[in-house]
Design a protein. Structure first.
Length: 100
């Protein structure tokens, strides 16, 4: 990341071609100039843990909806992100640990 200060200048000039004397409106053109290109810092990865209930209360469509939602989350992540998947009922199982 570039920590060099950025110099910014702003100039204003009246645009006389768009003057409306009737309505007393003036148009001004502003120009903003920077000394170097600005770049956003690189985003750090996320650490995501998906915890899925697979107990009897999740029977029927509930468990399928939870699986689909978990799959959508995993598909939305990229290789900068870490994901762990934990399932539980009367016991706990870690199905996936770490980065995609």
């Amino acid at each position: 990341m570039n920590h060099e200060p950025v110099k910014v200048s702003l100039t204003a000039a009246e645009d006389k071609t768009n003057v409306s004397e009737k309505e007393n409106i003036r148009h001004v053109v502003f120009t903003l100039t920077v000394s170097r290109p600005l770049t956003a810092p690189e985003r750090r990865g996320l650490a995501v843990a998906l915890v899925l209930d697979r107990s009897g209360s999740m029977h029927g469509g509930k468990i399928e909806a939870a699986k689909q939602a978990a799959n959508m989350v995993v598909q939305a992540l990229d290789n900068k992100n870490g994901v762990s998947i934990v399932c539980f009922d009367e016991q706990i199982d870690v199905l996936r640990r770490g980065y995609i």
